[in-house]
Design a protein around this ligand. Structure first.
Ligand SMILES: Cc1cc2nc3c(=O)[nH]c(=O)nc-3n(C[C@H](O)[C@H](O)[C@H](O)COP(=O)(O)O)c2cc1C
Length: 210
């Protein structure tokens, strides 16, 4: 068995500092429990109105991954990772039953349910599908960040990608045409270190208003 090069991070600081785009992975299938735990942690990401508008298509099938690799301009980490996740933003998914969306304390109080429904309607209930999909796409990047760090916490690595042909990915994974695929993420135990972080200085990134 290949020696895992990259130990799990045990603090948030370690997860952030050790996360890099890793593009080579152990071939062994990923234990289901680890995969589900990473997805559970990702689901704790925050979102406007708590609507959690991201959806994940989790691909472990080797043949489908090979086809996805072609749709991703031949990027080898797609076929080479044990898991590839397509992150999907779909405004149609906003319309979830109130019983699923509202917190228990809201559901327990008819007045609060009414207020909740009014605020949902105002926020996105009557907005066009494209606008809601765009809104969902923006929020999905928060979940993507969580996923990459949650993976580190369990000793896994990721490669987030936008280099793919969205229409081909949608056809392959039966994702509705109106939805956006906001990233493909290769996930597995990394067998390379990835490149050292190289970042713009804080002075370029930041302006203080004191
Ligand atoms: C939205 C997004 C899209 C990216 N697309 C690709 C991609 O298609 N292929 C790839 O190899 N890396 C891709 N990257 C990885 C970046 O090149 C990488 O994050 C950046 O160079 C910083 O390196 P690090 O992730 O190792 O810190 C993408 C990253 C993000 C966040």
């Amino acid at each position: 068995m290949t020696q895992t090069l990259r130990p799990a991070a045990s603090t948030i600081k370690e997860a952030i500092e050790s996360r890099r785009s890793v593009r080579q992975f152990e071939q062994a299938p990923m234990p289901e429990a680890d995969l589900l735990e990473i997805l559970r942690l990702t689901s704790l990401a925050q979102s406007a109105f708590n609507m959690q508008p991201w959806r994940f298509v989790v691909v472990t099938n080797q043949e489908v991954k090979a086809k996805l690799e072609l749709a991703a301009n031949g990027q080898k980490q797609v076929g080479g990772a044990p898991v590839v996740i397509a992150v999907v933003a779909d405004g149609a998914e906003f319309h979830q039953p109130t019983e699923l969306l509202a917190r228990p304390e809201v559901l327990a109080d008819p007045e609060k349910i009414e207020k909740f429904k009014v605020s949902v309607e105002r926020a996105y209930g009557s907005k066009p599908l494209e606008a809601n999909t765009e809104f969902a796409a923006r929020m999905s990047y928060i979940a993507i960040g969580y996923l990459t760090l949650a993976a580190r916490g369990l000793g896994y690595d990721t490669s987030v990608m936008l280099g793919f042909k969205p229409n081909e990915v949608k056809v392959l994974l039966e994702i509705p045409e109106h939805a956006q695929v906001t990233a493909l993420i290769a996930l597995g135990r990394g067998t390379e270190e990835g490149l050292a972080h190289h970042r713009l200085p804080l002075e370029v990134l930041t302006r203080f208003v004191r």
